[in-house]
Design a protein around this ligand. Structure first.
Ligand code: AQP
Length: 333
């Protein structure tokens, strides 16, 4: 049976980009295979963060997972930090990925460029190693992600290839080779105030946050940066703002960009266009946000995370043992 794994790190408030690029698709995998969805809280420590903010972001993601339709009976939902095998496998995996490879990672370059040299932690640099450990621990085949994470998945594939080559046998690979799965529409939602930049939770300018109230969300869409042409069509290079709004509309209506462009063909008033985009976003997010509020109030996510940690640990510890044995660590059982 196919194993599917994905996660989101609680570095900030979740955005519409996280929702369209990742969260919205997780539930679709539930009937296709065995699904593991985690909150990558250890990864959130790679950027400076206030402890209380981290705890709140973590609770929010747990509630958003459940609100998105993930069913804890079908999907194992857990916190990365509550399964110690992640950190243990990280300690092994870091010896099979190299400094040169890690320093070529776009996310590291982008994030570190905005920081003072003295603030750049080793964890930010080594982030893709832990991410690779996260993936291989569950023998995961498929990793649903937005486009920005594909480079890290490639690095994980390099690790698997390397370790299988060194420790696998003719009949048995040590680790399962994962592949990234990117949604056709909405793999990279851009900022509404600067549509040449990715909408990102740790760089919140121009973001729509899932916790914003609907009035604020509509206001942000109505004031999204567009252009002077007053003609709606898809051309990300010359019309990044309009193209981004078209992408949001297409993704949330489950149609192609071409169909969305056809729908707005001849529309010359950006106000009308934006209003329809805002209606679509509201239709999608209003019930989701209401369910999120209920889950936060009931605290039901706590038992889900506890149970998820047990189930995830069982699977992860088996892989960890297998790797410890393969590399020559003496396992005393
Ligand atoms: N703008 C986006 N469009 C489409 N997909 C996106 N994702 C993130 N931003 C967009 C996808 O959401 C998932 C969450 O990933 P993550 O939390 O591990 O970190 P990320 O990819 O680095 O996301 P952010 O929001 O940009 O976080 P920060 O600012 O903390 O780095 C991933 O599948 C991602 O591709």
């Amino acid at each position: 049976m196919e194993r599917i794994l994905s996660g989101i790190k609680p570095t900030g408030q979740l955005t519409l980009g996280n929702y369209i690029g990742a969260l919205r698709h997780f539930k679709d995998f539930q009937d296709k295979g065995e699904v593991f969805i985690f909150i990558a809280d250890l990864h959130a420590l790679t950027l400076p963060i206030d402890p209380e903010v981290l705890r709140n972001n973590t609770r929010d993601i747990a509630a958003f997972y459940l609100a998105s339709g993930l069913d804890p009976k079908k999907t194992t939902i857990f916190l990365q930090s509550s399964v110690s095998a992640h950190a243990e496998l990280n300690a092994i995996a870091q010896n099979y990925l190299y400094m040169g490879e890690l320093s070529r990672m776009t996310q590291f370059k982008d994030k570190s460029a905005k920081m003072n040299d003295k603030e750049i932690g080793l964890g930010l640099f080594a982030y893709p190693v832990l991410m690779a450990a996260d993936i291989v621990l569950y023998d995961a085949d498929t990793i649903p992600v937005g486009e920005d994470q594909l480079q890290h998945i490639e690095l994980c594939r390099d690790l698997v290839h390397r370790m299988n080559h060194k420790y696998g046998t003719k009949d048995h690979d040590l680790l399962v080779m994962p592949k990234g799965s990117v949604s056709k529409v909405g793999k990279r939602i851009m900022s509404l105030s600067d549509p040449t930049k990715k909408m990102s939770k740790s760089d919140p300018k121009g973001d729509i946050f899932l916790k914003d109230d609907m009035k604020t969300i509509r206001k942000k869409i109505m004031s999204a940066v567009t252009d002077m042409e007053a003609n709606v069509y898809y051309d990300p290079e010359n019309k990044p703002g309009v193209s981004n709004l078209l992408t949001i509309y297409a993704a949330l209506n489950d149609i192609s960009i071409e169909e969305a462009a056809e729908h707005f063909k001849g529309c010359t008033r950006y106000g009308d266009f934006k209003k329809e985009v805002a209606d679509t976003v509201e239709r999608e997010l209003a019930p989701f946000k209401a369910r999120y509020e209920e889950i936060i109030a009931s605290g039901e996510y706590i038992e889900v995370l506890k149970d998820g940690a047990k189930r995830a640990s069982e699977v992860a510890n088996k892989t960890l043992k297998r790797v410890q044995n393969a590399v020559g660590l003496l396992t005393l059982e």
